[in-house]
Every structure is written in structure tokens, then in C-alpha cells.
Design a protein around this ligand. Structure first.
Ligand code: PLP
Length: 608
């Protein structure tokens, strides 16, 4: 486990985790409880001796707390690995009744904004058991609420209906009483699953008083550990174990129970049964916190739009978009400032838009640029103060940033583009090396002004703003007059020498005393970086200025330059470029920028 101890042993004091709908940290009280369980209650709950009996009591105590919380008999609660297992168990339990084509002509209904565990489980078991039913998404309106008329008309043909208590991306919650009336008036018996993962601790869940058949929960969404959860199963609901084995959970779920995890779950249920003893805030306080977060965010990003109704969504979830920013750009800015957020759901990494917001019919830019900021009910006033301070920091850093800098030689996407230009700020002149039409558009977009005077290069050797531009066999040679370093622009981009193998470093190999760290992220992201830089030598080079910097920077006495960015890819492009224009050395740090800053700020261990 050395990787855990070496690379990740840093405590992250600067990190503000605002992605609670993806997961939450395990509260110290629960860590301590689990540690006690590991020490004293490690017995196998199926063993007949006292060590086993002690462990078994944890299961029965937790079941009793769950029964109290959900208003049901405690034996209606099964422990399992989490909500995904619960969802699969419920779907299997129903669909096995229709195996071998007996579902033909029937529907499997699920909400269009369901977590993908639901439609995936339906699809999987429908295929595997050859049920032959048709999956049908229930549409939602622009507020994210299910279309009741659609349910009324379709549910009589359904063999199962799956809805959610609260949505993980928007926090929009269902009126379960109303929904129950709609479903039961049209289909009194249809098995009904309600995914209660995001509701727990935020909305009341009196399951025993409802006709809900299956309700899965997950501990890690409410400060418990990952890999443990529970499912309520209504008495009389169809049931088939997903896994069998040693007869655990009354034979309904084989496998030795995660006793420590269940103990944590039990403490969470106990807190919800006795809120006065819990570390959780009440809903009004949480709504107040969310309001203050929105105010601070709007100050930093005036174009912010909230993507869901504020009443009718969990107080702990905020989903928004900012005109002019993609979600990747916003995540990068927040991440640099030490605020961890997500674009939509954590489970859909890589997607460029939100299917939830698409289903709600929001405009494409809102869906493509969506950010989810979520916190848990244990969020406190001091957490809020820290977040607001950090959002103010972002506002101060990025207001007015246009990525333009002071620079002269600007070549968009240097390794791929076939165009570039040089600015002379004192005369407000632009010399376009290629493609003069798009140059002016870019300049307007970058500096918001059309006062620049455009000149075209006359295709002969010419000096402009400190550079000599001349034709070259391969394309256009641009040389910085102060250093005589040059690069060649070709139609395919910037010509690089082939024999370049920059050294890739991990963060632990950085030795700041002998290296210059060069940050090549976007301007806004680099400026939002939250760090207390003490002694190290830093240069931040916005994309617009790489070429200018690489050609004009003083290299004498420069320590070895190490380029870094978010993922390492851009950094290695720039390092290759540096070597190709004549820098004697260059290295790439493959660690993410925030890791580099964490490392620099960490007090140095004299022994290491
Ligand atoms: N359902 C919802 C609404 C969720 O947010 C999640 C977790 O992202 C799940 C189900 C899956 O839960 P688990 O991680 O316990 O399998």
C-alpha cells in the first residue's frame, strides 16, 4: 500500500469538497466507531460464539434503527453493498417472474432523469432473462418533475415502475404521496422502486406507510463508508436473491456482512431518528446556506443561471451554468481554487452534456456547461464562510481576465494551427502572418476591441514588435531579435525537431531549488489557483503567450524548467516546443497542477 502512503498521505487543508452528491467524507465520529468495531466486534455475525453474537447485535441494532426511521418492521431491511446492488436485486426480483418472453407487450417504466444504475439494470436483466419487455422513459417537465399523465396512461401496461426520491444532478425531489396516488389509481399492484439514495437525511422517508416496494439507500452519500447500503423491501413484494451463499440476511443476500459499515449506517439512522444529537443542520439552515452560495457565485460569475427550481430541490444541491464557460473550464477554475465540484453526475465522467438537463428541455449551452455544487447536511457556517471566501478569491482573480496578457507573438494552438500573428501594443498594430480574416475575429473575441490596425505580412524578411519574420523552406521563420531563438510556422503547425524526449517527472521528484516551475494552464484557471507560495520560483504562461515566452525568455542562469498543467498533455507539448526552439533543457511534470502546489506548500520533511 505504499502508493497510498507516499503519494497521497498529504492532508488537504485547502480543499473544499462540494461534490457530496457523488460521495461524502466519512465523519470522524463514524471513523472512530468503525475502528472500534474492527477492534472489538470483528466476529463473523453468523458464528454462534460470543464474538459472533456481538457482531450480530450490530446488525440487529442497525435494522431496528432503520425500522424506526422508515416506519416499517425491521426485518424489511436488507444490508448490501450499496444502492446499485439494491436496484439490481429489485429489478431481478421482478423480471425473473417474466423470464423467457413473458414480458412481451409490457413496459418497464423509469424516470427520464433516473441515475443510470436504473435503466442499465432494467436493460441488463430484461436481456439476460429474455423478458422481452420494452423500456420506456417517463418524460419530465422543465422543472424535472415526472409527467403524471404519461404515467397514468402507460403504467397499466408496465411490469415495473422505477422513480427516484431526489435527483442526484439537480436535487429536484418527487412528491411521493402525489406520485403514489397517480401510480396506484392506474396500477394498484405494479412493483414500484423508489431510488432513495439522495433523499436520505434530506427528506422524510416514511416507507412503511406507502406502497413503495423497493427503496435502496447508500451509506457513502451521508458520511458513511463506500460499499455498504441497505434496501427496504415491502412485505409481499416479489424477491429473489441476487447472490446466494451462507444464508446471511435470512437467506436473502448471501455473503458475510460488512459489520463496521453497517455500524456506521446504524449511527446515521440513529442521528436521523434523533436529530438533536446529530451533526446535521435543519433544512431551513441548509436552504439559507445555499442562498448565500448562489449570491457569492453570482458575484464571481454574473452570467450564472440556476438549472432547476430552487424550491422543489434539495437544499444541498445547486446545479448552474455560466454563459461563456464550458463545464470543463469551470471545473478547472474551481479545482484550481481548491473547490471540488462536478459536471452533472460523477458517474458520467467524460460526457459533454447532462442527459438530466436535456430531459428537462434546457438549452444546449446550459446542459453542456452545467456544474453541480453539492454539500451534505453536516455542512456548517464555518464551511460556508470558507467557501464564500474562496469564491470571493476567484472573483478577484478572474474578473477582467481575457487571456491576452502583455504579449507579442500569439499563435493559437501552436502545435496544430497553421496561423499566427504578432501584436505591437504601443502602436496597436497586428501583423497577421496568415489568414488575416480570422485574425481580426479572434482579436475582437480576445480583447473585446476592434481598434487594432491589421497589417499583412509582405512575405519578405521584416521586423515587427521585436521579432524578425522571414520566409523559410518549410514555412515562416519567426525569430526573437533579443535572443535569436526562432521557430518555424508551417501549415501543419510549428515545426519541431524529432529527437526530443523531455523527462517526465512525478510530483515527488520535483526539487524546487533547482527547477523553475512553469504553469501552462489557461489564464483563468492559473489565476484561480489557491496557494500560499512561499519561496518557489513560478512562472505562469497563458496559452496565448507560450510562443512569445519560449522565444524571448532569458535563459542564462535559469534553473531547469519544468512545465506543468492540468493533465500533463499540454505541458509536454510546450516542453517539446521549448526544446525545439533551442532551450537547453526542459522537463514535464505529469502531476496535476494542484498536486504540484500542494507539494510545494507541504512542510519539507528534513529526513526525506
Ligand atoms: N442512485 C443515485 C440517485 C445515486 O446518486 C447513486 C450514486 O451515485 C446511486 C444510485 C448508486 O449508489 P451506489 O454508489 O451506492 O451504488
Amino acid at each position: 500500500m505504499s502508493f497510498l502512503l507516499s503519494a497521497h498521505s498529504t492532508h488537504y487543508p485547502h480543499e473544499i469538497f462540494m461534490d457530496a452528491n457523488a460521495t461524502t467524507p466519512v465523519l470522524p465520529e463514524l471513523q472512530a466507531l468503525m475502528s472500534r468495531v474492527y477492534n472489538t466486534h470483528f466476529g463473523n455475525p453468523s458464528s454462534p460464539h460470543y464474538a459472533g453474537i456481538r457482531a450480530k447485535r450490530i446488525l440487529s441494532d442497525t435494522r431496528a434503527e432503520a425500522g424506526r426511521l422508515f416506519g416499517c418492521a425491521s426485518d424489511r431491511i436488507l444490508f448490501m453493498s450499496g444502492a446499485t446492488e439494491g436496484i439490481n436485486t429489485a429489478v431481478l426480483s421482478v423480471l425473473q417472474l417474466y423470464a423467457g418472453g413473458r414480458g412481451k407487450g409490457h413496459l418497464l417504466l423509469y424516470g427520464a432523469t433516473e441515475h443510470k444504475a436504473v435503466p442499465e439494470a432494467l436493460r441488463h436483466w430484461n436481456e439476460l432473462l429474455r423478458v422481452g419487455a420494452e423500456l420506456q422513459a417517463i418524460p419530465v417537465n422543465e422543472d424535472g418533475l415526472l409527467d403524471y399523465d404519461f404515467i397514468r396512461s402507460q403504467v397499466p401496461h408496465a411490469i415495473m415502475i422505477c422513480t427516484m426520491g431526489a435527483n442526484n444532478e439537480t436535487g429536484v425531489f418527487a412528491d411521493l404521496q402525489q406520485l403514489e396516488q397517480v401510480i396506484r389509481s392506474a396500477a394498484p399492484q405494479v412493483p414500484w422502486l423508489v431510488d432513495c439514495v439522495q433523499m436520505l437525511g434530506k427528506r422524510p422517508v416514511a416507507l412503511g406507510k406507502t406502497t413503495i416496494d423497493y427503496a435502496p439507500f447508500s451509506a457513502h452519500k451521508l458520511y458513511g463508508p463506500k460499499g455498504v447500503g441497505a434496501m427496504y423491501v415491502r412485505d409481499g413484494a416479489p424477491f429473489t436473491p441476487l447472490q446466494t451463499g451462507g444464508g446471511q440476511e435470512q437467506g436473502l443476500r448471501g455473503g458475510t456482512e460488512n459489520v463496521a459499515g453497517v455500524a456506521a449506517l446504524g449511527q446515521i439512522f440513529a442521528w436521523l431518528n434523533h436529530p438533536e444529537t446529530s451533526p446535521f443542520q435543519d433544512a431551513d439552515t441548509l436552504y439559507g446556506y445555499r442562498h448565500e452560495i448562489i449570491t457569492a457565485l453570482r458575484a464571481a460569475f454574473p452570467g450564472l443561471i440556476v438549472n432547476h427550481p430552487l424550491t422543489g430541490s434539495l437544499p444541498t444541491t445547486l446545479n448552474f451554468s455560466v454563459a461563456g464557460y464550458s463545464s470543463a473550464e469551470l471545473i478547472a477554475i474551481f479545482d484550481a481554487a481548491g473547490i471540488r465540484v462536478s459536471a452533472g453526475s460523477a458517474c458520467s465522467t467524460g460526457g459533454t452534456r447532462s442527459f438530466v438537463l436535456d430531459a428537462m428541455g434546457l438549452p444546449a449551452w446550459q446542459s453542456e456547461g452545467a456544474i453541480r455544487m453539492s454539500f451534505g447536511p453536516a455542512f456548517s457556517q464555518s464551511d460556508l464562510d470558507a467557501l464564500v471566501e474562496r469564491l470571493t478569491f476567484i472573483r478577484e482573480k478572474i474578473t477582467g481576465v481575457n487571456g491576452w496578457g502583455q504579449g507579442a507573438l500569439y499563435i493559437p494552438q501552436p502545435l496544430a494551427a497553421g496561423m499566427g500573428w504578432i501584436l505591437c501594443r504601443s502602436t496597436q498594430q497586428v501583423l497577421a502572418l496568415k489568414e488575416p480574416h480570422s485574425v481580426m475575429e479572434d482579436i475582437r473575441a480576445c480583447c473585446g476591441s476592434s481598434d487594432w490596425q491589421l497589417r499583412e505580412w509582405n512575405q519578405t524578411a521584416q521586423d515587427f514588435a521585436g521579432f524578425r519574420i522571414e520566409p523559410d523552406a518549410q514555412g515562416i521563420r519567426v525569430t526573437a531579435l533579443a535572443t535569436m531563438r526562432s521557430l518555424v510556422l508551417t501549415d501543419a503547425g510549428i515545426a519541431l525537431t524529432d529527437d526530443i524526449h523531455p523527462i517526465a517527472l512525478g510530483v515527488a521528484e520535483l526539487h524546487c531549488d533547482h527547477m523553475a516551475l512553469i504553469d501552462v494552464r489557461e489564464t483563468s484557471e492559473a489565476r484561480a489557483q489557491y496557494h500560499q507560495d512561499t519561496e518557489s520560483c513560478f512562472v505562469s504562461i497563458p496559452r496565448a503567450l507560450w510562443c512569445d515566452y519560449l522565444l524571448t525568455a532569458e535563459l542564462q542562469d535559469t534553473p531547469e524548467p519544468v512545465f506543468f498543467c492540468r493533465s500533463g498533455r499540454r505541458a509536454s507539448d510546450v516542453a517539446r516546443l521549448a526544446l525545439s526552439v533551442g532551450w537547453p533543457q526542459a522537463a514535464v511534470c505529469t502531476a496535476a497542477a494542484s498536486e504540484v502546489f500542494d507539494w510545494i506548500q507541504k512542510p519539507k520533511d528534513p529526513d526525506s
